[in-house]
Design a protein. Structure first.
Length: 116
């Protein structure tokens, strides 16, 4: 397991392995949050500590953050489904822990296609 914390250390995030790639999405919320997403099955993510969340639009996803410092930790489905995945904010991990990882640009603002 690889672990990280939010800025203040109140929330701990654990993932099973290094991500194969990271996604830089330019949709209206992701570009404002400045996140880099790593995707894992929801059953493989462990989060501990006090969190709060924000949902908007079609309310399928909630963006989870530390209740103390506000760092975005991950997104998850509001209504879990079998085999659902989560997006983990890789910016909470020390870059040395993740190592070299390919970053792909997702055009979430327009086409919902990967541009690279």
């Amino acid at each position: 397991m690889l672990s990280a914390t939010c800025h203040c250390g109140a929330v701990r995030i654990e993932i099973p392995r290094r991500p194969r790639s990271l996604t830089n999405c330019n949709c209206s919320i992701c570009r404002r949050y400045g996140t880099l997403w790593a995707y894992f099955p929801a059953t493989q993510l462990r989060v501990s500590g006090a969190t709060s969340h924000y949902a908007w639009g079609d309310r399928l996803l909630r963006f989870v953050r530390c209740s103390t410092c506000g760092c975005i930790t991950h997104w998850e489905r509001i209504v879990p489904t079998a085999g659902a995945r989560v997006g983990v904010n890789a910016r909470n991990f020390d870059p040395a822990v993740l190592g070299p990882v390919r970053i792909r640009l997702l055009d979430g603002a327009s086409s919902w296609k990967y541009l690279g």
